[in-house]
Design a protein. Structure first.
Lengths: 468, 257
């Protein structure tokens, strides 16, 4: 069966119709962007940090096999079990086997985009493992059976009453609770017993340090530290692109990460995991899942520099007005639009077009990924691979032909002069009709520039020529 | 007229007028031409021009841009400079114009194409517009093409020292004052074909943009890019936001209303 492309435009339209949610979403994320600007202004070396971070990542990616092996060797010395997963299925099998070996039936986890990529919950739950998200936003999304809509603030598209309703359904709390503090407290009450009795804990990993064989987890709620340390079995699922060569590099990335993400100088918790505690086990599952393939793509490999701060989403005027779920993918927003097509070109063929290519994303990216230029390049690739809608392809083909023939083009434009009340005929095709849905059409004019020039300049020039 | 104020440059200029200006906003084209003439330039508008190829290329259909690009070069290769009142068209010609073989003519055209504001500011280095007076509060809209591709102004994301070529030029106009919108360099949502394929998001962005300017007290939105204004005007009229639109060339050329 043919996969249908995600209909971002339609989902975005529905999101916009709900004004209260839309306006909050836009303002909330714009506020994060402004806080990020504030942090940038405090650090005169901001651009130098970005350049340094980008260079470290590019160097690491160019030497990825060596650094991965270095990490593996050092991590093993530290007593960490290291596993390699070529794809999501292998990752899930590995995690399933570790849990089975320990007879673990309950897993608490902190935020991890990679486990979303691998659809891990969907794999483990039918096998009798109860998976509980401990990040507040992620838990809300889990209870509501939705994907995270943002990689840092996963439930940012929801308002307090939405959360109250979800908690009432699952935790039997007051459905009219209108206090964020009180709702957060309800989540804490519900989560603590689950954490204390869990058989295993899982985290992601923001950075993996090759020279020390350690990894770093940055969170604001402390839930990752609980997940990692309480149960005595810690599994960390990490994408292979998360490597940095040296511990000294962390100074660059830690300074950039939270400032870019939330406009705070640092996350509340920055935890370095170097090995298991006495009497417990630590596993790291290094996940490829398409990353090696992406690394080989000349125009798109630098998307692997991403440190998942979400700054591109916060600044993106399209993302803010369409919501993360409208992208229909694990990764949404500008970074999602350039990563997702590497997972499935047809399904995500619409996403590089869900952008005005305004370039703000590229400017805020702490590792200097040229996001908007990659969006442009993806459009070419998708057109070459015949992944554009038929009508659009035809319109462009016809327009392209018309633009090469001045006489035909002029005749089409002059249609406006004959029928003053309408658009030029060549833009009258149905494809362009949506213009008028929420917008007025441009006003017709008496005379085109072309015709004005002919009348006011060419005639004079001819006269001058005649008299000379 | 004020040749003494120019650094003695007189070039043969080819004027490119984008399709939507030709058809819907001829006054912006006329003002561009008259302004360059007032500044002592030798300007010609090649009658066989159509389009720079941007709509096709931005849609990914680069091959379909080839005919337009070839014709563009045929029309403009003979000029010292090609000037156009459009940032996104300039960006296309300068940075993405590669559907055709890169001959000497193509390279010449790509290297000598200028958006009007940068041409006035950087090439002609115009110091004043003695004929221009515009006693109104205006909100300046920089298109993303002029701002982030041509870099005609500082960008808020980079925290660089403030500069603005369009504001430098407008600052030389008698009586003008500026409104300060809350999000001065957020995209207005036009985005070429984005305006129809993503019409809901596009229109919402445009409506938010014109409201921001209106709330900041702008009587007019002024821009070097007519495509953004065509979209914003449509949004303002539908939403009932009382604000007017004018191309920067019209103000610099001495428009009064």
């Amino acid at each position: 069966m043919k996969v249908k492309p995600v209909n971002h435009a339609k989902a975005a339209e529905a999101f916009i119709e709900d004004t209260a949610h839309m306006d909050f979403h836009d303002e909330r994320l714009w506020d994060l962007r402004q806080k990020r600007d504030g942090q940038m202004h405090i650090l005169p070396e901001w651009q130098e940090l970005r350049a340094r971070a980008s260079a470290i990542k590019e160097h690491t990616l160019a030497n990825l096999p060596e650094y991965l092996e270095q990490f593996e060797a050092n991590a093993k010395k530290n007593g960490i079990h290291v596993h390699w997963a070529a794809d999501g299925a292998e990752h899930n099998r590995i995690v399933g086997e570790i849990l089975e070996k320990h007879g673990a039936k309950s897993l608490i986890k902190s935020k991890s985009m990679v486990t979303e990529e691998c659809c891990m919950r969907e794999y483990l739950e039918p096998r009798g493992v109860v998976v509980t998200e401990t990040d507040l936003g992620e838990r809300i999304q889990q209870l509501d059976n939705q994907m995270p809509s943002h990689i840092v603030v996963p439930a940012v598209h929801k308002l307090i009453p939405d959360v109250a309703k979800i908690f009432a359904e699952h935790y039997h709390t007051d459905p009219n609770d209108n206090s964020a503090q009180s709702l957060a407290w309800q989540q804490r009450l519900a989560a603590r017993p689950v954490i204390l009795s869990a058989d295993a804990g899982m985290t992601g990993g923001n950075f993996v340090v090759a020279e020390t064989g350690s990894f770093v987890v940055c969170t604001n709620e402390g839930n990752a530290d609980l997940s990692a340390t309480v149960p005595g079995l810690h599994i960390a699922t990490i994408g292979i692109e998360r490597l940095v060569p040296r511990m000294a590099d962390m100074g660059v990335f830690i300074r950039l990460l939270s400032r870019s993400a939330l406009g705070s100088p640092i996350t509340q918790y920055t935890t370095h995991f170097r090995g298991p505690q006495k009497g417990s086990e630590m596993h790291v599952v290094l996940v490829d899942n398409g990353r090696s393939h992406r690394l080989g793509m000349e125009d798109f490999w630098t998307s692997l520099k991403c440190i998942r701060c979400g700054a591109c989403m916060n600044t993106c005027p399209v993302y803010r007005r369409s919501g993360g779920l409208s992208y229909g993918a694990v990764y949404s927003g500008p970074i999602g639009a350039i990563i997702d097509p590497t997972f499935n070109e047809r399904k995500y063929s619409t996403l590089p077009f869900a952008s005005t290519m305004n370039g703000s994303c590229t400017n805020v990216c702490p590792v200097k990924i040229n996001i908007h230029e990659q969006l442009y390049k993806w459009r070419r690739v998708l057109a070459e691979h015949h992944e554009l809608p038929f009508v659009k392809r035809e319109v462009m083909h016809m327009a392209g032909k018309l633009m090469g023939q001045p006489t035909l083009y002029r005749a089409a434009i002059n249609g406006t002069e004959v029928a003053l009340s309408t658009m030029p005929r060549f833009v009258l095709y149905n494809w362009l009709n949506p213009w008028g849905k929420h917008r007025e059409l441009p006003h017709p004019v008496k005379q085109t520039f072309h015709s004005w020039y002919k009348q006011n300049r060419l005639k004079n020039k001819k006269k001058e020529g005649e008299s000379a | 007229m004020r040749l003494a104020s120019l650094p003695g440059v007189r070039m043969k200029i080819g004027l490119f007028i984008p399709c939507y200006i030709d058809a819907f906003y001829p006054n912006a084209g006329i003002a561009t031409l008259e302004l360059l003439e007032k500044l002592g330039q030798d300007v010609e508008y090649p009658m066989n021009q159509t389009c720079c190829g941007q709509p096709m290329a931005n849609s990914g259909c680069n091959k379909d841009a080839a005919a337009a690009e070839a014709l563009f070069v045929k029309n403009f290769a003979r000029y010292d400079a090609i000037v156009m009142p459009s940032g996104s068209c300039t960006h296309h010609v300068r940075d993405n114009f590669d559907a055709i073989e890169q001959t000497d003519d193509v390279r010449h055209v790509r290297e000598n194409t200028f958006e009007l504001v940068e041409f006035l500011h950087d090439v002609l280095k115009v110091q004043d517009f003695p004929w221009a007076e515009f006693p109104h509060k205006v909100g300046l809209h920089n298109s993303c093409g002029t701002l982030r591709a041509l870099r005609t102004a500082s960008m808020s994301e980079l925290g660089e020292p403030f500069f603005s070529k369009p504001m430098d030029l407008l600052g030389k106009v008698k009586g003008i004052s500026f409104a300060t919108p809350k999000r001065p360099d957020e995209c207005c949502g036009f985005g070429g074909t984005f305006s129809v394929t993503e019409e809901a998001v596009s229109a919402k962005m445009g409506t938010d943009k014109v409201r921001d300017h209106h709330q900041a007290g702008a009587e007019y939105i002024v821009s070097a890019d007519t495509s953004c204004m065509m979209h914003q005007q449509g949004c303002a009229e539908r939403a009932g936001v009382p604000i007017r639109f004018i191309h920067i060339a019209e103000i610099l050329n001495g428009a009064r209303e």
